[in-house]
Design a protein around this ligand. Structure first.
Ligand code: RIB
Ligand code: CA
Length: 351
């Protein structure tokens, strides 16, 4: 007869409770400019057991702040989640005019799909204040997932820098170290508010950048969305229509699938093993004529030290060594795209 010792019982209990503790859903705030891929990100987050979505904070980007707020309210209502705080924030970028993207997202920002009016009420707090309050109320527990321009996040940090060490981590959709989608150098979320992005990138919190480098490798195709059609439901049907709109747009430009930019940021926050993300020092260019909005990554982690010398034949700088630069961002450079796409479809279908 196998006798259970107290020691083995204790070990089993620790393992059991340890694993339960590990499966505590993460408290999440999504900052969003909804937006078609934002919609897919939000519905993935709301249908993932690893997440306890506490708030959607709305930032202007793909659409105006007012349109984005209406879209966010309609989506939490569609998901029967009026418990989630939906708050308005900035009405424009910090220092430049807003650039809206109805060209890519449809007139209303949701692929011209008319969701039913929301049953939910807007939260009266200003989004940066809501972020600050929730972080102080839940120290070391809040994960921020910004999937639009970083205006609200920058305003929250500027208003109360003490939140930086209290945030569990920040996982953004934004940036690129392999060229832009707005132009040769800049990705849209960074381009729409470069000063805000530089504040967020230099704040000093654990930051993961889910940029074009991996988003462009993660293409949702008609094969993937057929599974959504086979398992209908209000959310699944909505996401099918959004994805169909995006894939048709991609096909117009010769591609076979639509890049899952925002949903992949949610996926990486759920399961970081989906990506390779080496730490690098990244700055956001705010002045370049051709590069404003570029996320400039130092892959080598060092800068040459140039020292001024006065020689008889004139002054010049001489390289005298290398100075280390500290990494501030985990930059996603590769992704298991199919594993993510299966995660996405399996969590949306039938909902
Ligand atoms: O560059 C892609 C990003 O810009 C995504 O967040 C998309 O929604 C747009 O905001
Ligand atoms: Ca977005």
């Amino acid at each position: 007869m196998w006798k259970l010792s107290w020691k083995s019982l204790t070990v089993c209990a620790v393992c059991l409770f340890g694993s339960l503790a590990l499966s505590e859903p993460r408290k999440v705030i999504i900052d969003t400019d909804p937006g078609t891929d934002d919609a897919m990100a939000i519905m993935l987050a709301l249908n993932s057991p690893e997440f306890d979505v506490r708030a959607l904070t709305v930032v202007p980007g793909n659409v105006t702040a007012a349109q984005g707020l209406d879209n966010a309210l309609r989506m939490v209502s569609l998901a029967n989640r009026c418990d989630i705080a939906v708050a308005a924030g900035a009405q424009h970028p910090l220092f430049q005019k807003l650039i809206t993207a109805e060209f890519w997202h449809g007139k209303n920002g949701l692929a011209n799909i008319e969701l039913p009016p929301s049953k939910c009420k807007v939260d009266p707090r200003w989004a940066p204040d809501l972020i600050v309050q929730m972080v102080h109320e839940n120290p070391h527990e809040i994960t921020l997932v910004p999937v639009g321009p970083l205006t609200n996040i920058a305003l929250a940090v500027e208003k109360d820098p003490s939140i930086v060490p209290l945030v569990k981590e920040v996982v953004i959709m934004g940036g690129s170290i392999s060229g832009g989608n707005v132009n040769a150098s800049a990705e849209a979320n960074i381009y729409n508010d470069p000063e805000a992005a530089q504040i967020v990138f230099q704040a000093g919190w654990p930051l993961t950048m889910v940029g074009l480098d991996v988003g462009d490798k993660t293409l949702l195709t008609r094969k993937h969305i057929e599974a959504l059609k086979r398992n209908p439901g209000p959310i699944s049907d909505f996401i099918y229509k959004v994805a169909d709109f995006l894939i048709a747009l991609s096909e117009k430009f010769g591609d076979s699938g639509t890049p899952m930019y925002d949903p992949l940021a949610v996926g990486v926050a759920i399961d970081p093993t989906l990506v390779k993300a080496p730490a690098m020092h990244v700055d956001v260019e705010t002045r370049g004529e051709f590069t404003r909005g570029e996320t400039v990554a130092n892959r080598r982690g060092a800068i040459e030290r140039n020292v001024l010398h006065h020689f008889p034949d004139g002054d010049r700088y001489v390289i005298e060594g290398l100075d280390k630069v500290d990494a501030n961002v985990k930059v996603c450079t590769d992704v298991n795209a199919e594993r993510f796409l299966q995660m996405f479809v399996s969590r949306i279908q039938g909902k």
